[in-house]
Ligand binder design. Structure first.
Ligand code: ASP
Length: 411
């Protein structure tokens, strides 16, 4: 099935490009197929974000019990995801790969309602709507995010009686993930149409080569960002944790290869747990930190969300002010958390980041041909981050225990 999908995707890319160049009018006539694919993605994203965030945040209930381990984990995750997004935004602002790419590549697939400009003050007000259902119906994602955070905190505060509510949303999340797996079977068809339309627009306007070099630059910048994210964490392993970096990488390689092969940090979790054992990370720490980090520590994904949003804005010539970039920073972190460690989960939640900067969701079509391969690299980065997170928390925990024992002895 996997090999068949891979071949089908390669074929649809080739067909999309060829048809876009040679029969552009016909490709533009069937652009509704790509729109249908985007609609299906958008259909799932709203309930998925709600359920994924509720599942992730309510698992903090376990964190409270685990005390310091929970706090260290959360601290590490927030720091590492923020650094990842900051690296991505920095690189995009410096190299500006989107400048010079024709906006028609994005606008070719956009529906008119996709592009609604919004003033900052009305954006702020829209985060707190009087009616959450009405906001959902209007496809306002950020109010849903805020609502799910407060809802999860309330579930935690209520305690025992809220357990069935939490289980319901965890179950619903799994059902939605299943639906995404089904939807992904349609990727070749969606890809064919979206890519074909984009190429058709570009070839009609003779802009193909100009856009290809920008896309390649974008991919190289993103991969360099992932490499930087890998390196600073390697630095933590060597300098802070005082572990042999070569040994750590060689132990981690099993998990990294599995991540590359499956494109899913969730599916890699059993291997990640095994690596933690080989690295002598205590069972208590690994059993809590790794599943939790797998759900929310998606630094590679969060970086992808941020750089893509900025890339599209550059293509469209939308200048993002510092507050708007802070908005991208926050939504990218949340979208990373909502991506749930499944293949191309990040692609689905990207709708939320794009919505935040008023970029049409159909812009995703531009990334689709490359997403499968980019997904493999960001999944590796995510899994690498989970392992370093577990090792760091273990280190801090041992340091804490040593200190408290020492204090008890000197008393
Ligand atoms: N596939 C990624 C993961 O499992 C999520 C994503 O970026 O799409 O970590």
């Amino acid at each position: 099935m996997k090999n068949y999908m891979f071949l089908a995707i390669l074929l649809s890319i080739a067909l999309g490009i060829v048809c876009g160049i040679f029969i552009p009018e016909q490709m533009i006539a069937i652009q509704w197929i790509g729109q249908l694919f985007i609609n299906l993605l958008k259909l799932i994203v709203l309930p998925l974000i709600f359920c994924a965030l509720v599942s992730a945040i309510t698992s903090i209930g376990g964190m409270k019990r685990l005390g310091s381990i929970g706090v260290y984990t959360l601290g590490y995750v927030l720091l590492s995801v923020s650094i990842a997004v900051a690296i991505g935004l920095f690189l995009l602002n410096v190299f500006k790969p989107g400048v010079g790419i024709p906006p028609s590549l994005i606008l070719a697939n956009a529906t008119p309602t996709d592009l609604k400009p919004m003033a900052f003050s009305s954006y702020l007000l829209s985060l707190f709507p009087p009616n959450i259902v009405a906001a959902a119906a209007k496809y306002e994602i950020m109010p849903i995010v805020f609502f799910s955070i407060v809802f999860s905190l309330a579930c935690l505060a209520v305690g025992q009686t809220a357990t069935p509510v939490i289980s319901f949303f965890v179950g619903l999340r799994d059902v939605l993930i299943k639906m995404i797996t089904w939807l992904m079977v349609l990727t070749p068809v969606g890809l064919f149409s979206l890519l074909g339309t984009a190429v058709a627009e570009a070839s009609i306007e003779h802009l193909l080569l100009q856009s290809l070099s920008g896309m390649i630059l974008f991919i190289l910048i993103f991969l360099s960002g992932l490499l930087l994210q890998f390196l600073w964490q390697l630095f933590v392993v060597a300098i802070v944790l005082r572990k042999n970096p070569k040994q750590f990488i060689s132990n981690a390689s099993n998990a990294l290869i599995t991540a590359f092969a499956t494109s899913s940090s969730m599916a890699t979790l059993p291997v990640t747990l095994m690596v933690a054992k080989n690295e002598d990370i205590s069972d208590d720490v690994a059993r809590f930190v790794l599943p939790f980090a797998t759900t929310i520590n998606l630094a590679g994904t969060a970086m992808y969300e941020a750089v893509s949003a900025l890339f599209f804005c550059q293509i469209l010539g939308l200048h993002l002010s510092i507050p708007a970039q802070i908005g991208v920073f926050i939504t990218a972190i949340l979208a990373g958390m909502g991506a749930t460690g499944i293949p191309e989960g990040g692609l689905v939640t990207m709708v939320m980041v794009l919505r935040n900067v008023n970029v049409p969701a159909s812009a995703i079509g531009l990334l689709l041909p490359f997403d499968r391969i980019l997904d493999r690299f960001r999944t590796m980065t995510n899994v690498w981050g989970d392992l370093v997170c577990a090792a760091t928390v273990d280190h801090l925990q041992q340091w804490r225990l040593k200190n408290s024992n020492h204090r008890a002895q000197t008393r």
